[in-house]
Design a protein around this ligand. Structure first.
Ligand code: SAH
Length: 393
């Protein structure tokens, strides 16, 4: 805290948002509440308040979010003059030290009078520069030197209301840092985690991904089961900022390390027809520190059988656009239906862009959820396992 005060008039309380892919906002909201914070779920984002420690914790712990951003301010802007004045009025001195790099990394205008995004970017930059020149008593007309830590600024104007944000994350949160190789069509790590959090899988149930590719579902499940923070292996933009106390970052990371359940027994199997992918999955699991919790093996999904009950199958099989031709996809989905059919107590969660999936698979999903794998519209087909009554002797 002392360092914090010494470093100047930096903020103590922040308005924050976690951005999320369409369809995953509620999952991110649940994760934020699990960290003990109140939040509001909106389209594409979840709003919450917090301290510097909150910024560190949410970046480190949120499995389904894309990024954590600071809301610097919000104001009405119908003209460039209003935009300039609105941005100039914000308390930039509380965020940007002298020497900071501060690109206006993104400008987005939707349903607004201001619609020329490059101009919005240029005007916004001028306004921040002018404010900092004034605050740090630098002469106008002499450009500020930007050779320090980077603060990426975003300006989005929706229905004539400008919202100005600073990204705290850096490269997106889906990049955990464990996936060194990915193979043909990997699912994003945060999407895989979100699907697991949406599913009825809990760490005491068996989990199988019969088309595991680079192992994303299995690795994310092991990390959930072990209570391992997903961001432990990576770096964040805020770690470069002078007002984020590196001792505090160290303490939050150390606390997360201490919370890992090393001795938990998980039952996670990943299989793929392609032996090369199995090797990649193993390497990624090792990199993530979860290899002891997962069995990976080369196997065709058609050969899957198990006597275990009440498990969960999660699969992101090949689909037309990405990996296979139509006939091969149809045949694979039919065989998938036949292979899974005897596993009555197992729940199945299958992610594909194929709108005819249910017909090919041979049964209708109990529930469907629309998601986006990158820009590709996909559906999560959810089949819930039959409950088995425990036998009473
Ligand atoms: N979710 C994975 C990507 C899966 S891509 C990831 O995050 O990396 C689909 C995978 O299905 C590919 O790796 C492919 O080799 C595998 N596959 C295709 N046909 C298969 C079959 N019959 N049995 C098992 N795996 C199969």
């Amino acid at each position: 805290m002392l360092a914090f005060i010494l470093r100047g008039r930096m903020k103590i309380k922040f308005k924050l948002i976690a951005t999320a892919a369409a369809g995953l906002e509620a999952v991110v909201g649940r994760e934020i509440r699990n960290l003990g914070l109140e939040c509001q779920v909106e389209n594409g984002r979840v709003r919450f308040d917090g301290t510097v420690e909150t910024i560190i914790e949410t970046n480190l712990w949120l499995r389904a979010a894309d990024r954590i951003k600071i809301v610097v301010g919000s104001f009405s802007a119908k003209t460039f003059e209003e935009l300039f004045q609105g941005i100039f009025a914000l308390d930039w001195e509380n965020y940007l030290p002298l020497g900071a790099k501060f690109p206006i990394a993104k400008a987005k205008c939707v349903k607004s009078k201001l619609h020329n995004e490059p101009s919005v970017q240029a005007i916004s930059k001028k306004a921040v520069v002018k404010k900092l020149q004034k605050h740090y008593a630098r002469p106008e007309g002499v450009p500020l030197i930007e050779n320090g830590a980077e603060f990426k600024i975003e300006v989005s104007i929706l229905k004539d209301v400008a919202t100005v944000l600073i990204d705290t994350t850096g490269f997106s949160l889906f990049k955990r840092g464990y996936r060194t190789e990915k193979g043909g069509a990997p699912i994003k790590e945060n999407m895989a985690a979100a699907i697991l959090l949406l599913s009825n899988w809990y760490p005491d149930k068996p989990l199988i991904d019969p088309t595991c590719g680079s192992g994303t579902f299995c690795i994310e499940a092991a990390m959930i089961g072990m209570n391992m923070a997903p961001g432990l292996h990576r770096h964040f933009a805020f770690e470069e900022w002078n007002w984020v106390d590196s001792d505090l970052v160290g303490r939050v990371r150390a606390r997360a390390l201490g919370q890992i359940k090393q001795d938990i027994q998980l039952d996670i199997l990943g299989a793929d027809i392609d032996a090369r992918m199995v090797e990649i999955a193993k390497r990624n699991a090792e990199e993530a520190g979860v290899s002891e919790q997962i069995v990976f093996k080369q196997m065709r999904l058609q050969d899957l059988h198990t006597d275990k009950i009440n498990g969960v199958i999660v699969s992101n099989p090949p689909y037309g656009e990405r990996l296979l031709d139509d006939d091969a996809v149809t045949k694979l989905y039919q065989e998938m239906g036949q292979t899974f059919e005897p596993l009555k107590t197992w729940s199945k969660f299958i992610l594909t862009s194929d709108e005819a999936f249910e017909a090919k698979f041979g049964s209708q999903a109990d529930k469907k959820r629309k998601l986006y794998n990158g820009t590709l519209k996909v559906d999560l087909y959810q089949y819930f396992g039959q409950r088995v009554k425990r036998q009473i002797d």
